[in-house]
Design a protein around this ligand. Structure first.
Ligand code: NAP
Length: 514
């Protein structure tokens, strides 16, 4: 790809592409850009290290519930994954190594938080204001991810609590939980990994469960030295292993998207998993979900139920509603005296905070544009936001497989997007046609109707405040890969600057050419 010259002076820096975030999405985008021959780009990262959610989530027991050989980049296979489901430190370390291997460090700006990205419709570029100064970019790739900003519920009286409070994604490792009375709030993927770990140390653990999750056994084990040796010596065996893991999930997803009624069999396996560890019928009743399995993310654990059966662990089948001094009070009135409260209450997914900082062609933020629900074309581009692509955008999430597959598909789309801009030549921008964005989202929502996420009888973070599923992809990863293989220019308007750019300074917007 032709490189546009980087303009650098003291006051002003211009790059071809500015990537926001350095988790799997941002690091993947950076590798892809380099592979496409684009070197004029920066990765803006607000923290002091790369890694995204795998840097931020360091809670005890944090691991990925997607097998490591699938939860890694296809272009950076790792023959040395230590476990079938590797822990956070190994995944973070993997991302650091990818950053080194692909020589991304010169592009990465740590401690650089994007405060605003504003589209300049006259100059056809993005103006970025960061904690380290200003820069402009032809294209912005937002890879901030849906799991970057922790969500803590607004609990009356929480400010009166004299003890320790923290969120699972901001674990306070300096606080010693040993011998403490702890309230754990929430029973999502994070909480069920935390509970078995901390129950060993605490004096009393009170778990506030608003909705019980479905929990399946986790086939976790060490990957043997022999397997690793084989993967190192014969790299195709790593690909084979990945292919098998992927294929199984491609078949599974059909039940989620087309035949939720067939999921009853899986429910019986999950019930047996519970019955093995929970002998008390009253506790079993509390822990048994009343919605179809898969409606919320299916959780994997061999240690969660045994932990709940411990005599010093209490399950309150009700949400935390109030705090009075050191007393935590559930919605059903149950009370407990605690020394610490740990929130495992998830993230701002359908109201991602970066959207409030991105200002499009009509001076409106992405947050305002998405106030009735997130909508993007092929999960990537939003009407009113030219040359702005989101990695893990609306309706690109998965209920049962590896997000890395979806990220790589989105990177294919990004690569073609940049190629198309090159082919157009000169200064140009692509603005998704509102009609194309609308048509794509109608198709997605039509397919969503019969999925387990919409019909399973639960409320989950997949749904926004209007009950619309704006997060999950209602198909296979193969279908998404096909849909994002290339950019269809019919779905975009090509923007050109007014013929004589200086004349455009009086508020002219760029011209549209068909
Ligand atoms: P989450 O799935 O959004 O779960 C939040 C939990 O907090 C839910 O159980 C929710 O209850 C509960 N909650 C909210 N307010 C409450 C209140 N006032 N009282 C009691 N409970 C309350 O968050 P998460 O567990 O952090 O997981 C988020 C996502 O991160 C996952 O779905 C997954 O995609 C990812 N993750 C992945 C892994 C992995 O292994 N790959 C591990 C951890 C996280 P309701 O169910 O009633 O809403």
């Amino acid at each position: 790809m032709a490189e546009r010259k980087r303009v650098r002076d003291k006051a002003h820096e211009h790059v071809r592409v500015a990537v926001i975030g350095s988790g799997f999405g941002g690091i993947g985008a950076a590798v892809r850009l380099r592979r496409e021959g684009v070197t004029d780009f920066v990765v803006l990262e607000r923290a002091d290290a790369v890694g995204g959610t795998w840097r931020d989530n360091s809670y005890p027991g944090c691991a990925c519930d997607v097998p490591s050989h699938l939860y890694s980049f296809s272009f950076a296979p790792n023959p040395d994954w230590p476990r079938t489901f590797s822990g956070q430190e190994h995944i973070w370390d993997y991302l650091e190594r990818v950053a080194d291997t692909f020589r991304l460090r010169p592009h990465i700006r740590l401690n650089t938080e994007v405060r605003e990205a504003r589209w300049n419709g006259e100059r056809l570029l993005w103006e970025l204001r960061t904690s380290q100064g200003h820069l402009t970019a032809d294209v912005v790739v937002s890879a901030t991810g849906p799991l970057s900003d922790p969500k803590t519920p607004d609990i009356p009286g929480l400010d009166t609590f004299p003890g320790k409070v923290f969120h699972s994604a901001r674990w306070d490792h300096d606080y010693d939980l040993r011998g403490k009375r702890v309230a754990m709030i929430g029973t999502g993927a994070s909480a069920i990994q935390i509970v078995p770990e901390i129950q060993r140390d605490v004096r009393r653990l009170t778990l506030f469960q608003r909705t019980p999750p479905w929990v399946m056994p986790r086939a976790d084990r060490d990957i043997t030295g022999a397997e690793r040796w084989l993967h190192r010596q014969l790299p195709f065996t790593t690909r084979l292993r990945r292919g098998l893991l992927w294929g199984i999930r491609e078949l599974q997803v059909q039940a989620f998207t087309k035949r939720p009624n067939e999921l009853g069999l899986i429910e019986s396996i999950a019930k047996r998993n519970m019955a093995r560890a929970i002998k008390d019928p009253e506790l079993r009743a509390k822990l048994t979900p009343t919605y179809r399995i898969g409606c919320k993310r299916i959780l994997l654990s061999n240690s969660y139920y045994p932990a709940l059966a411990q005599p010093h662990v209490d399950v309150v089948a009700s949400g935390l509603a109030q705090v009075r001094g050191s007393t935590v009070v559930a919605a059903d009135g149950t009370e407990a005296e605690v020394d610490a409260i740990v929130f495992g209450t998830g993230f701002h997914v359908t109201d991602m905070p970066i959207a409030d900082r991105v200002v499009g062609d009509e001076g409106r933020t992405l947050m305002e544009t998405w106030k009735d629900g997130m909508k993007a074309l092929r999960g990537a581009t939003a009407a009113g936001f030219p040359n702005f692509l989101t990695v893990i955008g609306p309706n690109t999430g998965l209920g049962n497989s590896s997000m890395i597959l979806m990220i790589e598909s989105q990177l294919n789309y990004l690569a073609d997007y940049l190629r198309q801009l090159d082919v157009l030549g000169g200064r140009a921008a692509l603005a998704p046609r509102p009609s194309a964005v609308g048509a794509w989202n109608r198709r997605v929502q039509e397919r969503m109707k019969r999925t387990v996420w919409n019909t399973g009888g639960c409320t989950s973070w997949y749904l926004d405040e209007n009950g619309v599923n704006t997060t999950v992809w209602p198909g296979t990863t193969t279908e998404f890969r096909t849909a994002t293989r290339s950019v269809d220019l019919n779905e975009y308007e090509v923007l050109r600057p007014p013929a004589a750019l200086p004349a455009a300074r009086d508020g002219h917007k760029a011209e549209v050419s068909a």
